[in-house]
Design a protein around this ligand. Structure first.
Ligand code: AMP
Ligand code: MG
Length: 327
């Protein structure tokens, strides 16, 4: 079975083509980049609509197949930005209706975990999913993917991006902060917020910005921002690992590119005698292949949707998702 997966929760529009054997035949993406400031949902959705056909055509060509070879269409149904989700869903519905093939909506966060399991060989990991739009510690427990900890305000990637913008670090924020952090020499205390198993990054972002304005060295600030944010993320992930006694830790999302976070999380895993996995970056960031693969898992385990049931859900929670393929 071949599945076309369409990702469109935020700034990336992606099409992946995946087989039921787990072979990725194509994975093509284009990302909307706002001319200035943050992402505007309707502008991003317009970008997706304008690029949908070209991305699909490129994916079909890369896979060496025709649309008539596709058996299933999957799309990111949430969580995400409403206008973006609606655009991806509309594309998938149009294709499924025209080709008279089934369609399934996929949860974006679960898809990040499933593509990671497919590509790394991790079986049952505690996953730290950190990106511009999400920050969650996820593990499978009692029949569902559970969120063991998450941000109470902004995602950690967003914390980096907004800080970068405020202090004039060029786009993209994350990698440039990482580069500057390597030259930092001094740790400047910043708000470290862990509440129970949850995290908060907005106070950290505000205080780091304030310290920059009061003249603190930018390299020291980047270093301290990373150390503080990552220590909190590792603490919560570690407590999940210890609590549910998992033997695997996985890191994914765009922030997984960060070498310092990999190092810190890897050390924690080692201390717990857990294996540590990071999927290739192409599949850590938002991508269509993860939607296609999770669509196949769902469909092959009996998940069915009529066209009129393929609604989007901007706030679709990870633990609300049925996962018959893991029961
Ligand atoms: P995503 O939301 O998954 O597309 O990933 C984009 C997010 O990852 C943005 O918030 C980036 O700032 C962040 N990011 C990318 N590379 C790095 C890095 N090397 N260190 C920290 N954050 C990063
Ligand atoms: Mg994502």
């Amino acid at each position: 079975m071949l599945c076309v997966g369409i990702e469109g929760t935020a700034h990336t529009f992606g099409v992946g083509i995946v087989s039921s054997e787990g072979e990725i035949l194509a994975n093509v993406s284009r990302a909307y980049r706002p001319p200035e400031g943050g992402i505007h949902p309707r502008e991003a959705a317009r970008f997706h609509a304008a690029n949908a056909k070209a991305v699909l055509d490129e994916a079909l060509t890369a896979a060496g197949i025709r649309l008539s070879d596709v058996d299933l269409f999957a799309f990111s149904a949430g969580p995400g930005l409403g206008p973006c989700l609606r655009t991806a869903a509309t594309a998938a519905r149009a294709l499924a209706a025209r080709m008279e093939k089934p369609i399934v909506g996929v949860n974006h966060c679960v898809a990040h975990v499933e593509i990671g399991r497919l590509l790394t060989g991790a079986v049952d990991p505690v996953t730290l999913y950190v990106s511009g739009g999400n920050t969650q510690v996820i593990a499978f427990d009692a029949g569902r993917y559970r969120v063991f900890g998450e941000t109470l305000d902004i995602p950690v990637g967003n914390c980096f991006d907004v800080f970068a913008r405020e202090v004039g670090i060029p786009f993209p924020g994350g990698p440039n902060i990482e580069r500057l952090a390597r030259e930092g020499k001094r740790y400047i205390p910043l708000p470290y917020v862990v509440k129970g198993m949850d995290l908060s990054f907005s106070g950290l972002m505000t205080e780091a910005t304030r310290k920059y304005r009061s003249g603190v060295d930018l390299r020291d600030l980047c270093f301290s921002l990373q150390e503080t944010a990552f220590a909190a993320l590792v603490e919560v992930t570690e407590r999940a690992v210890a609590h549910i006694e998992k033997r695997e830790v996985m890191l994914t999302g765009g922030v997984a590119a960060n070498g310092r976070l990999r190092e810190m999380l890897g050390m924690m895993a080692e201390e717990h005698k857990a294996k540590f996995f990071v999927p290739p970056m192409e599949f850590c960031v938002d991508n269509g292949a993860m939607i296609g693969w999770t669509g196949i898992l769902a469909y092959e385990h009996g998940v069915r949707q009529e066209l009129e049931e393929t609604v989007i859900n901007q706030r679709w929670r990870t633990e609300q998702v049925d996962v018959p393929w893991r029961e």
